[in-house]
Design a protein. Structure first.
Length: 203
């Protein structure tokens, strides 16, 4: 928990005589909670859970050339994620699923603004990798994101779906060298993005 007035003194070089004044409209209150839980089921399976919550009340200070301002921002966010990973012979599998929620209200009485923003996102990631006996490993990642937002400027609820596929192989040789080759392709609301090949060399 953080609470501060932030009314510190400073020299205002914008005004004649460079007077020392105190910052106004800069107070903040912030409350946040983080919880993490890790469960090792056995030697080959592990579960992880995370949860974040933040709630903030922020005053937005004016610039030096503006004698008074009363802009404020209220917001809270929720972040949750679950993860599982397991090993089966030479296969290593991992799955992540996260839900993100944000709410924000911005007020500026001078500009007659009072806007509210609401967003949600569901993000999923699945990974699988296989280790071959001849210094070669292969990995494949599949991502699916669903996002929706309710913002006054949009005029309606907007949604977006992103489906992504990434696949690459690593070859190790000569005690420290590695060559990687692969590709990535995304499908954004039924429209394919540019095909992205990858070729890398590491030591």
């Amino acid at each position: 928990f953080i609470s501060a007035q932030n009314n510190f003194p400073y020299i205002n070089t914008y005004e004649a005589g460079n007077p020392t004044v105190h910052q106004i409209n800069a107070a903040i209150k912030l409350f946040s909670v983080l919880q993490q839980l890790n469960v090792k089921i056995n030697e080959r399976n592990e579960l992880n859970f995370w949860g974040w919550y933040t709630n903030a009340d922020r005053q937005i200070p004016p610039v030096m050339s503006q004698p008074y301002d009363a802009q404020t921002q209220y917001d809270y966010s929720v972040r949750t994620m679950a993860s599982w990973q397991g090993v089966f012979k030479k296969w290593k599998l991992k799955a992540n699923s996260a839900y993100l929620h944000d709410w924000m209200r911005y007020k500026d009485p001078n500009a007659l603004l009072d806007e509210t923003y609401l967003t949600h996102a569901l993000r999923n990631n699945f990974e699988g990798s296989y280790l071959f006996p001849f210094n070669l490993s292969w990995k494949c990642e599949l991502n699916y994101d669903h996002e929706w937002a309710n913002i006054s400027q949009y005029g309606a609820v907007k949604t977006r779906n992103v489906l992504g596929l990434k696949s690459y192989a690593d070859y190790y040789f000569l005690n420290g060298f590695k060559i990687r080759g692969g590709f990535r392709e995304d499908l954004v609301d039924k429209q394919l993005s540019a095909f992205s090949p990858e070729l890398a060399f590491n030591y």
